[in-house]
Write a protein that binds this ligand. Structure first.
Ligand code: SAM
Ligand code: ZN
Length: 278
């Protein structure tokens, strides 16, 4: 039996929205209308039916996911992971969702750094990322699903973490309890400035504070900025994690690799917000 899965109704069926229960064999989840979803060997659940997929491999591809894991495991974003974990621990949630969890780096860090026990969930649309996350963290529950149709019961979570990932305001509100918390990590005005200088003729700073979803109120904003000096290969891994990677052709990538001792600014904005009761 897969120990991290207990028969309780955190999931709803992606086809009919009825509650999903772990069946007797503990190998799959089933709803009252007999829609069945098997646990993968890595322990995750795929709740993204093929008819809701807009492409064969939605989300980040294998290459992007491997590049991200390699870069993150080298520790360059460790201060962000620590700050995120501290904010979570201070609010001692019971059920936390890592939305757009990717290959699970922040989920693993939360398990390492938070002293308060909690049930950790992660969701991402990229199957390969979720499989990699589940393999490394058997105590957490990972699923494949879209942020636009989250197969979780209403008001199941008291904390949602969103690190550089897309979300849907209505779904966020639906899955959070009243007074539930939302922590988002987004790029700050100077994030990866020196990398962008290789790509854009003129790099521009954008606004510090980003918009909150409707129905949420800001509690606080924390800015985390520091410099990193990744090795040439890791600069390329970092580049591949960004939304502007597609702009960097071979020539630009070579220039990034060839630069001596490239110091790159990181700049993260952590925003903690609360779901309003109404
Ligand atoms: C920039 S990555 C961040 C991943 C992770 N939070 C991290 O920082 O390591 C964005 C993630 O969002 C996922 N994603 C994109 N569209 C999504 C959607 N509609 N629903 C759920 N996840 C999505 C991608 O597959 C990718 O893993
Ligand atoms: Zn069903």
């Amino acid at each position: 039996m897969h120990k991290s899965y207990q028969p309780q109704s955190c999931y709803i069926c992606p086809l009919c929205a009825a509650s999903l229960q772990l069946n007797q064999s503990a190998k799959s989840y089933v709803c009252e209308n007999n829609h069945q979803f098997d646990l993968a060997k890595e322990g995750y659940l795929n709740l993204l039916p093929v008819q809701f997929k807009h492409s064969a491999e939605p989300g980040d591809n294998k290459q992007m996911i491997q590049a991200r894991r390699e870069f993150l495991e080298a520790g360059y974003y460790e201060p962000l992971a620590k700050a995120v974990s501290m904010m979570i621990d201070a609010n001692h949630p019971n059920h936390l969702l890592d939305l757009g969890c990717g290959e699970g780096y922040y989920s693993r860090k939360i398990e390492t750094y938070c002293s308060n026990p909690m049930m950790l969930h992660g969701v991402d649309i990229a199957k390969f990322a979720v499989a990699a996350a589940a393999k490394k963290q058997p105590n957490a529950r990972f699923i494949v699903a879209s942020a636009n149709r989250l197969p979780y019961a209403d008001r199941y979570f008291d904390f949602v973490l969103r690190v550089f990932a897309p979300s849907n305001d209505d779904e966020l509100k639906r899955i959070l309890k009243p007074s539930g918390l939302l922590l988002t990590a987004t790029p700050g005005p100077r994030h990866l400035w020196q990398l962008k200088q290789f790509i854009y003729a003129e790099v521009k700073e954008h606004a510090l504070e980003n918009e909150l979803p409707q129905g949420f109120e800001r509690i606080n904003t924390q800015r985390i900025s520091y410099k990193i000096t990744p090795a040439p290969e890791q600069r390329i891994a970092l580049l591949q994690m960004t939304p502007f990677a597609w702009r960097a052709d071979q020539r630009v990538q070579q220039a990034i690799k060839d630069a001596e001792e490239l110091e790159i600014e990181t700049d993260f904005v952590l925003t903690l917000a609360v779901k309003l009761k109404s």
